[in-house]
Ligand binder design. Structure first.
Ligand SMILES: Nc1nc2c(ncn2[C@@H]2O[C@H](COP(=O)(O)OP(=O)(O)O)[C@@H](O)[C@H]2O)c(=O)[nH]1
Ligand SMILES: [Mg+2]
Ligand SMILES: [Zn+2]
Length: 368
């Protein structure tokens, strides 16, 4: 799965993948080729002070060396972190191979504009992308075929599934084998239901789609990797409804397969062409999502301009993009630290509070 530099493997005998982070503890799933005692699969580890001193952080998905294992208590200490193949910030995960983007065909109704927002955001990670359309039990076969054909014209080969009716799950499992996959998508589309189906012991909370907004509540909070039955790891991520457009306007075309394929065969007259009204542009054309490209481009340009005008602005306000293409600013909520704690929170014991805090540090929830 992960190629190891031999000098590293020689130095340390015990390796594993961090599957969960809680406060200062790291749950590590031991690699199958490690020297293990008593068939122990997991060790709860701390991070060596030496790593803290050099500022080496440990993320979910990191491949780590463990020393001084205490097999009796299931404890150990992380002594080294293998350099990361990939690193995602939101959700914070190291070494992910694949983004599993989940949308529902119905409830909530599949919205091409919102789907495109997520597709672009997912494309921007540079990871392999698997688009999965859930709740196919709610629409008829001819509608399913229509969606599939439409997405093919966008450049995507969508996997249609029903988490509830167990349709298409095996097909999906085979695509995830031996990979670290990250589940993303808006709330209410069935991400938790799907993970529960793929990994029966995951037991994630399944939220009811809330009435007015037809959008499930924000029920999934912290990152954890779950083992897939056939090998591989899967991460759930908190539902997010509005991905931020914070990429370079010049890169946007590369996040649309339709534009990418045009640029693979020909080039525009100007190397810095933004594919709007420049002469001899090969991207501009009558492809379905070209208007979305133009809308997102305006937003990306507005975002960059707002950052140049006021570099500190990002920390105090959040840009909100409306479908009309208009941009508005709204104040960010105060950071967790300054929000009033609910009574329930106060009653939590210290251990829970600490673990909660570490999760909030990992997540900047306002960015979802
Ligand atoms: N009809 C139908 N409903 C589903 C399916 N998968 C999930 N749901 C329902 O959709 C709602 C939201 O599911 P949940 O897994 O919490 O979505 P999440 O917010 O994306 O994690 C729940 O009421 C589920 O029972 C499906 O395949 N078909
Ligand atoms: Mg969920
Ligand atoms: Zn162009």
């Amino acid at each position: 799965m992960i190629a190891l530099a031999t000098e590293i493997t020689d130095q340390w005998q015990l390796w594993g993948t961090v599957v969960a982070v809680q406060a200062n503890f790291y749950q590590v799933k031991l690699a199958s080729n490690s020297d293990r005692l008593n068939n122990i699969d997991y060790l709860l580890c701390t991070r060596r002070t030496r790593l803290k001193k050099i500022g080496q952080k440990v993320m979910v998905g990191d491949y780590v060396a463990i020393e001084e294992p205490d097999w009796q208590d299931g404890r150990g200490a992380i002594a080294d972190v293998l350099s990361r193949k990939t690193e995602l910030q939101r959700p914070p995960i190291a070494n992910a191979d694949l983004m599993l983007l989940v949308f529902a065909l119905e409830e909530p109704k599949l919205d091409p504009w919102q789907l495109s927002r997520f597709l672009v955001q997912t494309e921007a990670t540079g990871l392999e992308l698997c688009l999965c359309l859930n709740k196919c039990d709610l629409i008829c076969e001819s509608e399913q075929k229509q969606w599939q054909a439409r997405l093919t014209s966008w450049g995507y080969n969508a996997v249609l599934i029903s988490a509830i009716q167990d349709y298409g799950i095996d097909n999906l499992l085979s695509r995830l084998q031996n990979k670290i996959a990250v589940v993303v998508g808006p709330s209410g589309v069935g991400k938790s239901s799907l993970i529960n189906k793929l990994i029966p012991d995951a037991n994630l909370r399944v939220g009811r789609v809330s009435g007015k907004l037809q959008r499930g509540r924000h029920t999934t909070r912290h990152v954890e990797l779950f083992e897939l039955p056939g090998g591989g790891l899967l991460a759930d991520s908190p539902g997010f409804n509005q991905p931020t457009i914070n990429y370079n306007p010049a890169d946007l075309a590369l996040y649309f397969p339709e534009a990418r394929s045009r640029l693979a065969n020909q080039s525009c007259q100007f190397s810095d062409c933004l594919h709007r009204d420049e002469p001899n542009c090969v991207v501009r054309g009558d492809w379905e999502r070209y208007q979305y490209y133009l809308d997102f481009l305006d937003q990306a340009i507005a975002f960059h301009k707002s950052q140049q005008d006021n570099p500190d602005q990002e920390s105090s306000v959040k840009l909100k993009f409306k479908r009309s293409g208009k941009v508005s600013y709204e104040p960010r909520l105060a950071t967790k630290k300054y929000r009033r704690r609910s009574r329930k929170k106060k009653q939590q014991n210290l251990q829970e509070l600490y673990s909660d805090r570490s999760i909030n540090e990992l997540y900047d929830e306002e960015n979802y």
